[in-house]
Design a protein around this ligand. Structure first.
Ligand SMILES: Cc1cc2nc3c(=O)[nH]c(=O)nc-3n(C[C@H](O)[C@H](O)[C@H](O)COP(=O)(O)OP(=O)(O)OC[C@H]3O[C@@H](n4cnc5c(N)ncnc54)[C@H](O)[C@@H]3O)c2cc1C
Length: 188
């Protein structure tokens, strides 16, 4: 553990509703609502405020922005941690650079696509690889164990409730009974 007694603030959350501190700093958002950050992932004009993960767009001024995937978020997290550590020692670090080792995406039961160092695989092997990599990347044995157990249960029971919207959301339109009750109350 390092003494993080700095003014550094982390915005490591993919906030859906964007009333976050980033906006109060005057940060600029891209078309997808991500914060345009400097090459060291700090908010422009605020070197101690960092945005990482799905919420950050580090390449707005040139190349294409990075994809919203887990490896990007993890590398950015490690980078900012190292940056703060080095700053505490009075050193600087080079700009963030994403190392693209490939992509993994599951597209269904026993089905995934993988692109590892330019090698493309799909089907069950890619799906197994996807699962193994994701479990391996989790922190602590307890989390890995719990996720494996949960996945195994869902796999064996065909439980897909976490992934599918199987019913319409509750209607905001009041029912006839509610309207009737309100009308009666108003009249009374
Ligand atoms: C359905 C789905 C499938 C995906 N599949 C893949 C895949 O196969 N491979 C891959 O690489 N990437 C995949 N991704 C993308 C990957 O999950 C994200 O890119 C990654 O999780 C981004 O990390 P993050 O830390 O920016 O955000 P998250 O991982 O979303 O972390 C944000 C955290 O902030 C918390 N939070 C939110 N609001 C608040 C608040 N107001 N206060 C405090 N905490 C808050 C959330 O609970 C959450 O824990 C998938 C994403 C989705 C949605």
């Amino acid at each position: 553990m390092y003494p993080l007694q700095t003014a550094a603030e982390f915005l490591a959350t993919a906030l859906k509703e964007f009333s976050s501190p980033a906006l109060s700093t005057g940060a600029t958002l891209d078309g997808e609502g991500r914060v345009i950050v400097e090459s060291d992932l700090s908010v422009p004009g605020h070197p101690n405020i960092f945005v990482i993960g799905d919420l950050a767009n580090p390449n707005a001024n040139g190349k294409n922005s990075l994809p919203g995937v887990a490896p990007v978020a993890m590398q950015e997290g490690r980078y900012v941690a190292q940056l703060i550590e080095q700053r505490l020692r009075g050193r600087t670090v080079p700009p963030f650079h994403y190392k693209d080792r490939g992509s993994l995406a599951t597209i269904g039961r026993n089905a995934a696509v993988a692109d590892i160092y330019g090698i493309h695989v799909s089907g069950f092997f890619a799906w197994f690889l996807w699962a193994a990599v994701h479990v391996f990347q989790l922190m602590e044995f307890e989390n890995r164990f719990l996720v494996v157990m949960q996945w195994a249960w869902n796999y064996l029971t065909w439980n897909r409730t976490d992934l599918l919207i199987t019913h319409a959301p509750p209607s905001r339109t009041p029912s006839k009974e509610t309207l009737h009750a309100k009308t009666e109350k108003t009249i009374a």
